[in-house]
Design a protein around this ligand. Structure first.
Ligand SMILES: *Cc1c(COP(=O)(O)O)cnc(C)c1O
Length: 303
């Protein structure tokens, strides 16, 4: 099994830009959980690995793009847990792509499919075809988006002893937001920052995932998606965003990833500057990790 961890530290972000606006910013450093399975990917896989073992599975099969943090994390986690893994990858093989190279080094078998075939990733007949080819497997949805993933993410906020008013977190599938929403206190608000264009779909996903987790939701959940900071989607890195990330890391010493946490933090600063938070508000940002994403950006000459 993966080494046990005792949660992750919370750190105050010391930055003159925030102080001037009267906002305190705390950051939950889930990026420090593990060198390879950083952040929410570890949280999302924890109960999946347990369930797979309990049901005597020997293989995990999952889906992802060629630069997916989830593919890298699943390959590593399966290997550590003594399981085989299959990654169904959208697109064509490229043996020098750093994410795919890493996944292969962990023993993940990669299966490349066209974009059309990839769209069938939740169809029963496609899953049956994969079973014929790879034998019995424990299916992990794309992005680790299942009720078990939500359960893992419901362990983030209870680890925190500090007080805070607003929780901010980046979103892909919404699994992490679902886990956070389930453990939000009455007087706290959750802001989700989708990394994709058209991120409104995440709202429905959160509801579905909360149901799937079978955890009991609080009576009222004060949450909102902030969809203005996707910067064009996954495979883009706008100069303005890159400059922000570099400046943030220089001032605070905290690294951010280019696809999720960088955009969330840009959004938080922009909202602070626009006066969207009342003076004295304590904001908690969840650092969901994803630092391996820089390798893919460098490889594509985007940085
Ligand atoms: C995968 C990922 C997310 C998205 O998490 P979801 O639970 O799918 O919404 C956010 N941040 C980072 C760094 C990620 O790698």
């Amino acid at each position: 099994m993966i080494e046990k961890h005792q949660g992750s530290p919370v750190q105050e972000v010391i930055d003159p830009k925030l102080k001037d606006c009267g906002i305190r910013l705390l950051i939950k450093r889930d990026d420090l959980i593990h060198e390879h399975i950083s952040g929410n990917k570890w949280r999302k896989l924890k109960y999946t690995l347990r369930e797979a073992a309990e049901r005597s599975h020997h293989t995990l099969l999952t889906f992802g793009g060629a630069y997916s943090n989830h593919i890298a994390a699943t390959a590593f986690a399966a290997q550590k847990a003594g399981l085989s893994s299959v990654g169904v990858i959208r697109g064509e093989d490229d043996s020098t792509n750093p994410t795919l190279k890493f996944a292969r080094e962990q023993g993940m078998q990669l299966h490349f499919v066209s974009r059309e075939a990839y769209r069938r990733k939740t169809d029963d007949d496609f899953i049956d075809e994969l079973e014929e080819q790879f034998g019995r497997f424990f299916l992990v949805p794309e992005g680790g988006a299942n009720g078990l993933g939500v359960r893992g993410c419901a362990e983030i906020l209870p680890e925190i002893e500090d007080d805070f008013d607003v929780v901010c977190c980046a979103a892909g599938t919404g699994t992490t937001l679902a886990g956070l929403a389930l453990t939000l206190k009455e007087n706290q608000k959750l802001l989700g920052f989708p990394a994709l264009k058209g991120g409104e779909f995440v709202n429905d996903e959160i509801e579905k995932l909360i149901m799937e987790s079978r955890l009991r939701p609080p009576l009222a959940i004060n949450r909102q998606l902030i969809t203005d900071y996707h910067f064009g989607g996954y495979a883009k890195l706008k100069p303005q965003l890159l400059a922000f990330i570099q400046g943030f890391t220089e001032r605070t010493g905290i690294p951010l990833d280019p696809i999720y946490t960088g955009k969330m933090m840009f959004g938080i600063y922009d909202m602070v500057e626009k006066g969207n938070f009342m003076t004295g508000t304590i904001v908690l940002a969840v650092h969901t990790g994803g630092l391996q994403g820089w390798e893919g950006m460098k490889y594509r000459n985007l940085v």
